[in-house]
Write a protein that binds this ligand. Structure first.
Ligand SMILES: *Cc1c(COP(=O)(O)O)cnc(C)c1O
Length: 341
């Protein structure tokens, strides 16, 4: 299929309307068969549950062209499972795992001409989401839901290489103890908007959120999990009930252990021990890993030895190995790469 005439090298991370989207409706206790549609607009009641009480969850996943010209996606079964867990916690119906994977394939195929060519660094970002759509005024879950998937081409997260970022220890919390930090709910992002705008106004790229109960342990940022590298090259990631289980972070931990032969640990990480780490990175679908050069804790600077000019050596190796697996230049573990075309 002919590619769209898009300046792939200069795409940002923004929304661009593509040709088709998928929709399936839950009504009277069952999902309908679902379909691809043309209309990007949604019409709903002014009293829709999603508008009044924020009953909405989402996923983020990418499709891209490999070195040998296939169109693939990465571990969609994990996104399907995570969406199911989010749905249960939010009193929403589960969209079956096999139908989730099928819907991703359908939407990507239908928007094939928007999949950026191999080597541009750009990808087709896929956004599955689900929300309560019928009118609800007394507080209770909706009884009608839409599951939808749209796609949008996005540019490489880092233009001209990944420069280390500076983050601050936030005085705001992103998740409550026993709250919804571990699911991908829109409400977690709504309450983080003020914190991120404030961080940017103060000259920081991101917020480091601490555990809300004791404010002594590292959790994550607004949309990415932490990986730390110790001075003797062990990979450490924080363990907590209120962290969102990143597919990228789980994949990188596997790569560290099974491809690079490194020791890996998932454990509580205290704020006062991060000064001893050699490297720090943030993991998520959009950027794979962004290097962190500096953490500022209320004026006190914690500078990682990897510095502010480039990514540290271990994080670089992790990033190159995972992107190689994704792009088809390094052999993938069984089931990680799902072929769409
Ligand atoms: C989506 C998300 C991540 C990253 O998860 P990936 O599956 O790697 O994209 C990390 N933290 C939060 C809070 C998120 O919502």
């Amino acid at each position: 299929m002919e590619k769209k005439n898009i300046d792939w090298g200069n795409l940002g991370f923004g929304y661009m309307e593509t040709d088709k989207r998928y929709v399936s409706t839950w009504k009277d206790g069952a999902w309908d068969e679902g379909a691809l549609i043309d209309d990007p607009m949604i019409t709903m009641s002014e009293c829709a549950c999603v508008l009044q009480y924020a009953q909405t969850i989402f996923e983020g996943i990418k499709a891209y062209e490999t070195v040998d010209g296939r169109i693939v996606t990465f571990r969609p079964d994990l996104n399907a499972e995570r969406l199911a867990n989010s749905a249960k916690r939010m009193e929403m119906p589960v969209f079956p795992v096999d139908r989730f994977v099928d819907s991703i394939k359908q939407v990507v195929k239908a928007n094939e001409s928007f999949v950026p060519p191999y080597g541009t660094g750009a990808t087709l970002y896929i956004r599955p989401y689900m929300f309560g759509i019928n009118p609800v005024i007394g507080v209770k879950p909706a009884t009608e839901f839409q599951y939808r998937v749209f796609t949008t081409p996005v540019g490489p997260y880092f233009k001209g290489g990944a420069k280390p970022i500076t983050i601050r220890v936030s005085d705001f919390d992103r998740a409550a103890p026993h709250g919804t930090g571990h699911i991908k709910a829109g409400l977690n992002y709504a309450m983080s908007l003020h914190a991120i705008v404030d961080a940017h106004n103060q000259g920081y790229d991101e917020n480091m959120y601490l555990d809300p109960q004791t404010r002594t342990k590292v959790e994550e940022t607004g949309g990415a999990n932490f990986l730390f590298v110790t001075k003797d090259n062990t990979i450490v990631t924080p363990k907590s009930e209120s962290i969102l289980p990143s597919v990228t972070r789980r994949s990188l931990m596997y790569v560290a252990e099974h491809y690079l032969g490194l020791k890996v640990e998932e454990r509580e990480v205290y704020l006062d021990e991060i000064k001893d780490f050699a490297e720090c990175g943030l993991c998520g679908t959009a950027a794979v890993i962004s290097p962190v050069g500096k953490v500022v804790d209320h004026g006190k600077e914690i500078c990682f030895p990897s510095g502010m000019d480039e990514m540290g050596p271990t994080i670089t190796k992790l990033r190159e190995t995972l992107t190689g697996i994704q792009m088809g230049t390094i052999e993938a573990p069984e089931g990680w790469i799902v072929e769409i075309k």
